[in-house]
Design a protein around this ligand. Sequence first.
Ligand code: DAK
Length: 257
Amino acid sequence: MNDEILLELHDKVALIRLNRPQVLNALNDALMDQLGAALDKIEADETIGCVVITGSEKAFAAGADISAMATYSYMDAYKGDFITRNWERLKTFRKPVIAAVSGVALGGGCELAMMCDIVFAADNARFGQPEVKLGTIPGAGGTQRLPRAVGKTKAMDLCLTGRLMSADEAERAGLVARIYPADQLLDEAMAAARQVASYSLPVLMMLKESVNRAFEGPLNEGLLFERRTLHASFALADQKEGMAAFVEKRKPNFTNR
Ligand code: DAK
């Protein structure tokens, strides 16, 4: 089997590189299977606190592999649970994930970036949902996550025209958290991931779960979930340690308990 992704462990940070450069990291079943397997491994590894997913300088991912799906029938896609079964793994992954996007993030590539928790972009990055040009629609969350990220009118503009959006526009619209020169992007994403991973892992997981509630339910339910999760955090040894360290003017030593 080819290495459709490359997994590197750097202390508390896992770096996943999408690795199909000959097709601009177009996403096929094998790549998504390997991504899911890597996420399983990282989830089970207590020492890892944050993940960075990146592509090449030219492409984060140019979308689902068009040649692989071009001749699919409805039944092939439906019965095979096309892409869905292996894409869902990222959605259920509980540790923080940073997408470091350089070059194109189109179609499924943009959808993959949006499934991550934070998106950093290189100044050469371009985002889009050009499926309309292929006679189909975004199918891995694009019609749902893009409006939540950039608002309805810009999401409609991007999906209905298939045009691409620059890193600057994506940052202004709220899809991208930070922009860096392309040659600094990965270093900056790894530095942010190291910072995140230095905190208590159960707190990071609680935080991620709570922020995600903002996208998945009504405000009152989200606020209640947040409040109860805050209360639960007071059961953690890491909460005692974090607050004691502040009072004693020293660095906290979190134990993920
Ligand atoms: N699939 C397969 N191959 C691709 C590809 C893709 N998405 N994108 C690029 N490639 C290949 C090209 O065919 C070319 O291969 P060779 O000709 O060298 O063999 C190689 O990568 C380099 O591409 P170009 O020569 O085109 O490079 P350029 O710099 O000229 O252009 C480009 C870069 C990104 C503008 C262009 O390649 C492009 O427009 N690519 C297609 C972008 C696109 O339409 N993406 C959306 C794909 S549809 C689902 C979930 C998700 C999806 C579907 C279903 N379910 C849950 C059911 C997602 C759908 C999509 O993403």
